[in-house]
Design a protein around this ligand. Structure first.
Ligand code: SAM
Ligand code: SF4
Length: 334
């Protein structure tokens, strides 16, 4: 496999000048939780599910992306840690020249036992989903009475020396929106950051979205009233709004895809576990690049990705009530 020198890399950009440096790689669409906004009835295996990308295919895909300047990779899913070869995947991604940061997103399953192993595989940033700090609510949201186990996992991640630990919380009207202050307190007294994520509308959750969506701006207003300040946007930052507080070690990020201009700072691409490239979370299906992962020569893959990204739409169509063809975020990696 040919390796590009940093000076040879032609960055990957689209027609309106957005530059892509971040790959979100879904390792599986399977999940063991049944979060109300994502897989309320649990994961149901379709009759014909394509096989998940192999470690070798993943290594080739990441090599292609890295040769276009993508240097950050997030392992997600479904629940990525359900893959038996998760550690091997992480090590393979870490070994690709040009990859400087590997992150993962998990529901916290097995984190308490595996945090140190995953850190040692080269993963340096971890997002853990914690939608409530109340055990009964956590169980009602996820279908699993495992809050204490997940919080033990958060502690294990702290002990394992990850550079960045973030708790992800989807804020839902009438479910956990009264916990905003408690969640903020939880992270301000610990070396942790918090991400509030607006409920996103997908094909399968329209009614849930209508009932529970809370605008991210209302969270920003409440945080600003409590002394949190917006941090200046750094070059290359993604679409999250970041806030800091003089008394807090961690930051709070708000992911609000329904806000104006959300798409203008998009810096990420997604690859689903079946080898489809998704240019947008809310797009119309993916582009199958799997046949190009069969050989070590990544030039055809790079050409295909460049052509696709050149035609990326400038923005999603959520404001027209169109959330694309994604059934749920577990299917392409949230
Ligand atoms: N299973 C892992 C987890 O839950 O952390 C990783 C995959 S999950 C799809 C990634 C993130 O997407 C989680 O933080 C989850 O809460 C979020 N998510 C899933 N469906 C969502 C939706 N409809 N709206 C907003 N966030 C969603
Ligand atoms: Fe599973 Fe994550 Fe979806 Fe919850 S949000 S059902 S943990 S994939």
């Amino acid at each position: 496999m040919t390796i590009s020198r940093a000076s040879d890399i032609l960055p990957l950009s689209d027609a309106i000048g957005r530059r892509f440096e971040y790959l979100r790689l879904s390792l599986t669409e399977v999940c063991n939780f049944s979060c109300t906004y994502c897989l309320p009835d649990g994961y149901k295996k379709p009759c014909q599910r394509p096989a998940e990308l192999t470690v070798e295919e993943i290594r080739r895909a990441v090599t292609g992306f890295a040769q276009m300047g993508l240097w950050k990779v997030r392992l997600t899913g479904g629940e990525p840690t359900l893959r038996r070869d998760f550690d091997e995947v992480a090590r393979a991604v870490a070994s690709v020249p040009g990859v400087r940061r590997i992150a993962m997103t998990t529901n916290g399953y097995r984190l308490a036992e595996r945090a140190q192993i995953w850190r040692d595989c080269g993963i340096s940033a971890i997002n853990i989903s914690v939608d409530s700090l109340d055990p009964a609510r956590f169980a009602a949201i996820t279908g699993h009475d495992r809050l204490s186990e997940v919080l033990r996992g958060v502690e294990a991640a702290q002990n394992a020396g990850f550079d960045s630990i973030k708790l992800n919380a989807v804020l839902m009207r009438g479910v956990n929106d009264d916990e905003l202050a408690a969640m903020v307190d939880f992270v301000t007294t610990r070396d942790l950051s918090l991400r509030f994520i607006e409920v996103m509308r997908t094909n399968d959750n329209a009614a849930f979205f209508d009932q529970h969506h809370v605008a991210g701006q209302s969270v920003i207003d409440r945080l600003e009233a409590a002394g949190w300040q917006r941090l200046p946007r750094v070059a290359g930052a993604g679409p999250a709004v970041e806030l800091g507080h003089s008394h807090a070690r961690g930051r709070i990020g708000i992911i609000a895809p329904y806000s104006r201009d959300f798409c203008s700072s998009c810096n990420r691409l997604r690859m689903a576990s079946d080898g489809k490239l998704h240019l947008c979370l809310f797009g119309d299906g993916g582009i199958d690049v799997r046949p190009l992962l069969a050989a070590d020569d990544v030039a055809p893959l790079i050409a295909r990705i460049r052509a696709a990204v050149g035609a990326k739409a400038p923005a999603h169509r959520l404001h027209d009530g169109n959330s694309g063809s994604t059934p749920h975020l577990a299917s392409i990696g949230g």
